[in-house]
Design a protein around this ligand. Structure first.
Ligand SMILES: Nc1ncnc2c1ncn2[C@@H]1O[C@H](COP(=O)(O)OP(=O)(O)OP(=O)(O)O)[C@@H](O)[C@H]1O
Ligand SMILES: [Mg+2]
Length: 450
């Protein structure tokens, strides 16, 4: 554990960057220092590896005062990653990553072997090994920076705004990569950012700092969102706290039902018995159980009745090329038009929805799929994604019901906004009763899954 004990940093010009800061940074998890520009985050981080010496107080690493430890040994036990990666421009990627092992006396081939192994771990193509930093994108350079910090397998990683200089999509990828690596390696990571969403996404614990190096609150992200300590923290967190907090509640215990789900070849009897009184729609899946879209139960029933009569549903007798192999249309087709357009999805009369329906109907050989289909939107992965994901699916669904799928994309049930609302109230009540336990009937922390 890293213990920051009543630490103050006063620069020679009198600026107090950090003021009497006390913080216990737990082992094996990500602690984020977040706060507005100039609040003392970088100063705090750099005092941990003694790039800056405190003016008062002390910092303990596993109970030992770091001021008493040789600086070089201390720094080698702490990987350091900064914005724009700070790579050595005259060294190749593989040699950049091999820097610390080489300093530790590893021979060149062993150090390079380790570097290549790390390139793979951080998601860098081995073909980049011989390039120089300027021949890489910003996101790739950041990955090299992470690999270099991990090279000598230090127990601690200090990261100062490592992903701030890349665009939002690359940044999302780097954040996911960091969580994946952390799930494997379990380092003690101190991560500095001024982006509260990044803090919430990555942090197991978050220290919100305010100007003058004061600690405003130190709490897990869920607690920060539910109980900000004061108006400053609340303001810093921004809007939608309640909705964002739902990311911390697993969908594992959510009630889903398979009743209103039919396959494309469902007959009239199945359609009748699967139609719920509260839901005038059925979710149509392909033969493998992957969702294709919602159909009005009565239209589906009429279609199934038609197809059992003399007249085939497709009076031309021709089959669309895609259906020649007897496969149901890909679910993407059913979603192709209008799936992101709630307006169109809302009404079966809207032109975009109509054309999606026609496409689905024309391409499918099966009776049920010939009925008009409404897009089902993005389903949520049951048990893996959060109540926030489930709610989002339900809100975007033209029927108000969310579709739950398993890891392979097969439908495992559907659930209404009302049921999700009940689950949210239950999760809140459980969390209030047992604030320290991660929610989840599956007992799985949701953190790594976001
Ligand atoms: N060498 C220095 N001499 C004097 N003041 C300094 C020095 N370095 C930093 N400061 C001041 O200390 C305060 C904290 O700086 P620090 O770099 O720790 O902030 P930060 O939270 O990392 O900000 P940012 O988000 O902009 O990176 C600021 O007011 C800064 O101007
Ligand atoms: Mg800084």
């Amino acid at each position: 554990m890293i213990r920051i004990e009543s630490v103050t940093k006063r620069y020679p010009d009198g600026t107090v960057a950090v003021d009497d800061l006390t913080l216990d940074i737990p082992d094996g998890s990500i602690t984020v220092l977040v706060g507005p520009s100039g609040c003392g985050k970088t100063t705090t981080l750099r005092m941990i590896n003694r790039m800056i010496e405190p003016s008062g107080g002390r910092i303990l690493l596993d109970g030992q005062d770091i001021a008493q430890q040789p600086v070089t040994a201390l720094r080698r036990s702490m990987g350091y990653v900064i914005q724009n990666a700070g790579l050595f421009q005259h060294r190749t990627i593989v040699d950049n990553i091999a820097t610390v092992p080489r300093m530790l006396g590893w021979d060149r081939s062993r150090a390079r072997e380790r570097a290549r192994e790390l390139m793979e771990r951080v998601g860098l193509d081995a073909a980049l090994a011989k390039r120089y930093p300027y021949q890489l994108s910003g996101g790739q350079q950041q990955r090299v920076g992470v690999a270099r910090a991990l090279a000598a397998d230090p127990p601690v990683l200090l990261m100062d705004e490592p992903f701030s200089a890349v665009d939002p999509i690359v940044r999302k990828g780097l954040q996911a990569e960091l969580l994946r690596i952390q799930a494997e390696l379990g380092k003690t990571i101190v991560f500095v950012t001024h982006d509260i969403d990044e803090a919430i996404k990555l942090g197991n614990m978050i220290a919100v700092m305010r100007t003058g190096g004061h600690l405003a609150q130190f709490a897990p992200p869920d607690e920060l969102l539910s109980s900000p300590a004061d108006a400053f923290v609340e303001d810093f967190l921004g809007t939608d706290r309640g909705i964002r907090r739902l990311s911390f509640f697993t969908s594992a215990g959510l009630d889903v039902t398979t009743t209103p789900i039919v396959t494309v070849d469902a007959d009239a009897a199945q359609i009748a018995e699967r139609t719920l009184p509260e839901l005038p729609y059925l979710l149509v899946t392909d033969a493998e159980g992957k969702p294709l879209g919602w159909a009005k139960a009565e239209e589906l029933a009429a279609q199934a009745a038609d197809s059992t009569g003399e007249q085939p549903a497709d009076s031309t007798g021709e089959q669309a090329p895609d259906s020649a192999d007897g496969q149901a249309p890909d679910s993407a087709d059913a979603q192709a038009a209008g799936s992101t357009d709630a307006q169109a999805a809302d009404s079966a009369d809207a032109p975009a929805a109509e054309s999606a329906e026609r496409t689905a109907a024309e391409r499918s050989p099966a009776p049920a799929a010939a009925a008009p289909l409404l897009p089902h939107g993005r389903p949520f992965v049951f048990g893996r994604e959060s109540l926030r994901d489930a709610l989002d699916c339900a809100v975007l669904s033209p029927t108000g019901w969310a579709v739950a799928v398993d890891g392979t994309g097969k439908a495992v049930g559907v659930t209404s906004q009302e049921t999700i609302a009940t689950a949210i109230r239950g999760a809140h009540a459980r969390r209030a009763a047992k604030p320290d336990s991660p929610d989840g009937d599956a007992g799985e922390p949701v953190k790594a899954l976001r």
